[in-house]
Ligand binder design. Structure first.
Ligand code: GUN
Ligand code: FE
Length: 443
């Protein structure tokens, strides 16, 4: 089909490029180039001097060499490591309550509605479009317990061209009226769901096993899901230590477990493909366990603030050797934008630093940029494929346009690094003019 043809045509983008090579290393090339063939990066150059040679080598037609204008730059796509697609209608609502009451009062009644496929279609089309417009090239989605509407989310994501993990939620314990499963239903439906996703043959979409959290699943179900994850070699996501009431309830329920992380570890849910949302109240012992297992934390600062869950010390997680990515956690968080998550991450880190000594370093904008890109890729164990610009990785990228800052002669006074900084602090979806996933333009 026509779209595929365009997508398969080799192309080269010439101009300023920014990406992370490491958390402390934000790289800016003022006039670099990137060539992509079949959605994969085949050349990354810090200057344009080899343009003609590369164009010839990959048979790139003149019409497929794009020179960025002044005020534009190219950066890797943003990665949202934790977002609840069905909760989008509640974004901005319900922050008069904290986590456990919020779930009962606002969240479960909304999620229950996703047995209705036409309602699901409307919301899922809208949230995928909105996240893509905001530069989220990879999203790690929680859906609901319903297999059919969760498969529909996967189809919508496929059609719109996003890269995603799709999770059918598991809940068999203390479930609300009309929104729960038996143990057997829960794992059988999950296995069926994994097979259906794998049969879709879209390598941009992966299934992710999604026990909601230790207060919605019992140990028997969690152990079965741990087995399923190992048998199908798939990712796992859940929530951990988000809120003090939640942590106390988990301690009370699992008296023979050492701590919250140990509950998941006993179920073999802590793997190097596990993403744990929040992690605000983890103890040192739990940090050591997560680091040993290679499990990651999705930092969701908007949600931690909006639901008054607490302040998550990302510096401490990083110092413990834990992989960290950023999450919007819609609708615990009100914003579906990872740019907002970057700013919220910086705010929270600065607020934490006020209570610490002068040797505590709050996160910097290059570090927040890393968490939103390469850090997120590492958190979901996809850093061989995405996260920055390296030959052999997929071309998941944004063309950012800061020209609408003002007249071009004023812009002339900003170098690329300043434009990047201004985008991170003041940008929004209006500054994201093109979005590519595996070389396909999806915005
Ligand atoms: N813990 C269990 N379920 C949820 C949820 O839907 N959102 C958040 N923020 N935390 C949870
Ligand atoms: Fe969440």
């Amino acid at each position: 089909d026509a779209h595929k043809e365009v997508h398969n045509k080799p192309f080269i983008i010439v101009g300023p490029i920014v990406h992370s090579e490491e958390i402390t290393k934000l790289k800016v090339f003022d006039g670099g180039l990137i060539a992509a063939v079949n959605g994969k990066i085949v050349a990354v150059e810090e200057t344009p001097k080899n343009l003609a040679r590369i164009q010839k080598k990959y048979s790139v037609t003149d019409g497929c060499v794009y020179h960025l204008d002044k005020g534009q730059f190219l950066m890797p796509g943003l990665i949202d490591t934790h977002i609840h697609a069905p909760q989008y209608p509640n974004a901005g609502l319900g922050y008069d309550m904290q986590l456990l009451d919020w779930l009962k009062t606002y969240t479960f009644p909304l999620e229950k509605k996703y047995s209705d496929l036409s309602f699901a279609a409307k919301v899922y089309e809208a949230i995928v479009k909105r996240t893509l417009a905001n530069g989220t090239t990879t999203a790690v989605y929680f859906a609901t317990i319903h297999v059919d509407s969760t498969i529909l989310l996967a189809k919508i994501v496929t059609h719109q061209g996003q890269r995603a993990f799709i999770g059918k939620v598991n809940m068999n314990y203390k479930t609300p009226e009309g929104y729960g499963e038996t143990t057997k239903e829960s794992y059988q439906k999950t296995e069926d769901f994994i097979k259906q996703i794998q049969n879709m043959k879209n390598n941009l979409i992966l299934p992710i096993i999604t026990p909601r959290f230790a207060l919605s699943c019992d140990m028997e179900l969690m152990k079965k899901l741990g087995e399923l994850a190992s048998r199908y070699n798939v990712h796992i996501q859940t929530h951990i230590s988000e809120n003090q009431g939640e942590v106390a309830a988990v301690r009370g329920l699992y008296r023979d477990c050492k701590n919250y992380a140990d509950v998941y570890d006993k179920a073999k849910l802590l793997t190097d493909k596990t993403v744990l949302a929040h992690g605000v109240y983890l103890h040192d012992e739990e940090l050591e366990l997560l680091a040993a297992r290679g499990s990651s934390v999705s930092h969701c600062p908007n949600s931690n603030t909006s639901l008054k869950s607490g302040l998550c010390d990302v510096r401490r997680l990083l110092n413990a050797g834990i992989k960290v990515g950023l999450g919007t956690d819609v609708s615990g968080g009100y914003s579906p934008s990872i740019l907002d998550a970057i700013r919220n991450t910086l705010d929270v880190s600065i607020h934490i630093s006020y209570g610490k000594g002068s040797n505590y370093a709050p996160l910097t904008y290059p570090e927040a940029f890393y968490l939103a890109t390469l850090g997120g890729a590492r958190a979901v164990a996809l850093d061989d494929t995405i996260g920055n610009f390296k030959v052999g990785k997929d071309f998941d990228a944004l063309i950012v346009n800061m020209k609408n800052l003002g007249p071009i002669d004023i812009l002339g006074e900003y170098d690329t690094e300043a434009l990047v900084q201004k985008f991170l602090y003041t940008g929004d979806d209006r500054n994201i003019s093109k979005v590519y996933v595996a070389g396909r333009q999806v915005k």
